[in-house]
Design a protein around this ligand. Structure first.
Ligand code: PLP
Length: 384
């Protein structure tokens, strides 16, 4: 089978598993303990912190290890609101195409009376900076956007947005979960105050990630406690953090090569599908995109049907459209791009990894032609 769902998660790298096992077996003491084994664990934590910081382009002291990007996003948003209460900054601005976890948090906060405004995107899926300019004012506690969209792979104009936010005196948080490991983006070069990242998107373990908090910011904690300089209470997930460090180092070593390798295969997949099948529509064209993500639809075939056919042909992909008891729910990302629900229910995402091979792409093309070709020839091809 061919796994093309790397934006959902990636396989832990061998060196990640090896270092995690070693940590579990040998460095299992509590890093807060003052005895020798505790101090050894403390040193392992410091070492891992340095390695992750080096990869992300931040200081070790700027890293707050969390259970993943979802938690990091929560600390960013809820911390900004907590601080804003004192300064009269009570409004939140985020994008309409954020990760579902972030939009769910926004919904919950709205229920509690917080005003959350969403920046729209254009037809390519790029953040609308005019809209952002209108929404960002001096009552805003935080502007939060993703660096790259997980469904379309479209890169967001983060530097421009950060300039707008900083001009209004507000903080900028970037959910960099999909940027890391697929672009050369670094925290110190991006202009953001806060960054969320997750280890399992770069061949690290699940359940570990980080919030990068720019030096000098005193960000309130969600979980009280002494760990992580009082910014995230709870005994540190040392094996996870060590695995994160191993993944970061491994990723850094081959990033330039992996990016161009994935870009080549992305082109091979996209041009191959378009040449072989009628009615293939690719999203995000004309925008800068991640080198591994292709979001497209096959005419108006329902995503659920397409994914089922592909899976039976040995290809695992995914969709922004969610399958529910009442049918397929359209992707909120494609709706925000102005697509009708019929199309937003049809979008399929292929996300490649650094280990994806040309042979696997060719296998995917053959599977798509075999599984979807007969269906596409019987539905009218929509106007492109
Ligand atoms: N943000 C983005 C953009 C994502 O793609 C994901 C991945 O699912 C998340 C956040 C959630 O990350 P985690 O699984 O570490 O909570």
């Amino acid at each position: 089978p061919v796994y093309l769902d790397h934006n959902a998660t990636t396989q832990p790298a061998p060196e990640v598993i090896e270092e995690m096992l070693d940590s579990l077996q040998k460095v299992w003491a509590n890093p807060s303990s003052t005895h020798a084994p505790g101090q050894a664990a403390r040193r392992a934590l410091t070492d891992a912190r340095t390695r992750v910081a080096q990869f992300l382009g931040c200081l070790g002291a700027e890293l707050v290890f969390t259970s993943g990007a979802t938690e990091a996003n929560h600390i960013a948003v809820l911390g900004a609101l907590a601080q804003g209460r004192a300064t009269g900054r009570t409004r939140l601005v985020m994008s309409a195409v954020e990760h579902p976890g972030m939009l769910a948090l926004a919904e919950r906060l709205r229920g509690e009376g917080v005003v959350v405004d969403l920046i729209g995107v254009d037809a390519r899926g790029v953040l609308d900076l005019q809209c952002a300019r209108r929404l960002i004012g001096d009552d805003v506690a935080l502007v939060s956007v993703m660096g790259a969209n997980n469904e379309t792979g479209v890169l967001m104009p983060v530097a421009e947005l950060a300039a707008l936010a900083h001009a209004a005196g507000t903080f900028v948080h970037v959910d960099a979960t999909q940027l890391v490991g697929k672009t050369a983006a670094r925290f110190d070069a991006g202009g953001a105050d806060l960054w969320s990242v997750s280890a399992h998107k770069l061949h690290g373990p699940k359940g570990v990630g980080a919030l990068v908090v720019r030096k000098g910011l005193n960000w309130p904690a969600l979980f009280a406690g002494r760990q992580e300089r009082h910014r995230r209470g709870g005994t540190e997930n040392l094996p996870g953090i060590v695995g994160f460090a191993a993944a970061a180092e491994r990723t850094a070593r081959t990033l330039a090569h992996d990016m161009s390798h994935m870009r080549d295969l992305q082109g091979r997949l996209e041009s191959g599908l378009r040449a072989a099948l009628p009615g293939v529509h690719l999203y995000g064209t004309g925008a800068d995109r991640l080198p591994n993500t292709s979001c497209l639809r096959f005419g108006t075939l329902d995503a659920e049907q397409v994914l089922g056919k592909l899976e039976r042909a040995g290809v695992f992909a995914s969709s922004g459209a969610a399958c529910t008891a009442s049918g397929t729910q359209p992707s909120h990302v494609l709706l925000a791009m102005g697509e009708p629900a019929l199309h937003a229910r049809a979008s399929v995402r292929f996300s490649l990894g650094r280990d994806t091979t040309a042979a696997e792409i060719d296998q995917t093309l053959a599977a798509a032609v075999r599984a979807l070709g007969p269906l596409l020839h019987t539905v009218p091809a929509p106007a492109e």
